[in-house]
Design a protein around this ligand. Structure first.
Ligand code: OAD
Length: 235
């Protein structure tokens, strides 16, 4: 039986692939207004601006590659039962070869209905090089929208994520500021007795969560430190 290694990732893991984070210097929400571009109200007010924003991010996904951190996590499947719970809407974990990836905040590669984001008849893969246009319709006849969880919307698979974190034998948090709830609350579900690591080059604004070892490095370097630490611990 392999040990269950659960990873909770955020924008920082994809930074070295060239996808900007949200709240660092030069972050996305420093340049753009999150409430205009990542809320239902913003979409109702100016759908074209929202579609332009996500179409650019969707197209950019074709131009970036997974980095060493994504690849090491995929390789760890040989030794561990790895689940990745990510806040990221990119597909770099999957492209690096990770087989169990849960997206809490949606996926750029999918579209859905603007009447009901969770209508399973309307959720589908959509080619990244094809822009979503005003007038494109979902299966229910409503305007097509990106399959992204906007502020104020329910986070996907939160119960499953909480359960997986509770069951973890090893828990690793990578590249997230831990300020966006409910996702950030996942760290509180990790069992007290299991090894818990946080890989992030910065200081955590809210303080380091209890019981975590801070590997203070970029994800691409921090994952190698993690692998060494697990070896040292005989895990
Ligand atoms: P943030 O931008 O809030 O935080 C990024 C974190 O990554 C910070 O703690 C940085 O110190 C760290 N970081 C920066 N470069 C790094 C590197 N090379 N390696 C490792 N870590 C690095 O991003 P998230 O916490 O992911 O939601 O943001 C959470 C959510 O807020 C996102 O999913 C998004 C956003 O609004 C939606 O779009 C719904």
């Amino acid at each position: 039986m392999k040990q269950k290694l659960v990873v909770f990732s955020g924008a920082g893991i994809s930074a070295e692939s060239g996808i900007p984070t949200f709240r660092d210097k030069n972050g996305v929400w420093g340049k753009y207004d999150a409430m205009k571009l990542a809320s239902v109200e913003g979409f109702e007010e100016d759908p074209q601006a929202v579609l332009d924003f996500y179409n650019a991010r969707r197209k950019n996904l074709l131009e970036v590659e997974p980095n060493h951190a994504h690849r090491v996590l995929a390789d760890l499947e040989r030794q561990y039962d790895v689940t990745i719970i990510t806040q990221n809407v990119d597909n770099l974990h999957e492209r690096a070869g990770s087989s169990k990836v849960i997206h809490l905040h949606g996926e750029l590669s999918k579209v859905t209905s603007s009447r009901n984001r969770l209508d399973s008849n309307c959720i589908k893969e959509y080619p990244l090089d094809v822009p979503i246009r005003l007038g494109d319709k979902a299966a229910d006849g409503s305007q097509l929208r990106p399959y992204i969880v906007w502020f104020g919307e329910y986070v996907d698979d939160l119960d499953l994520a909480e359960y997986l974190v509770k069951m973890a034998d090893i828990f690793v948090v990578i590249g997230t500021s831990l300020v966006v709830y409910p996702a950030a609350g996942l760290v509180d579900y990790a069992p007290l007795e299991v090894p818990k690591f946080l890989i992030d080059p910065g200081e955590m604004k809210q303080g380091l969560p209890f019981g975590f070892e801070h590997i203070k490095a970029k994800a691409v370097e921090g994952v190698d430190v993690l692998v060494r630490r697990l070896e040292e611990m005989g895990k």
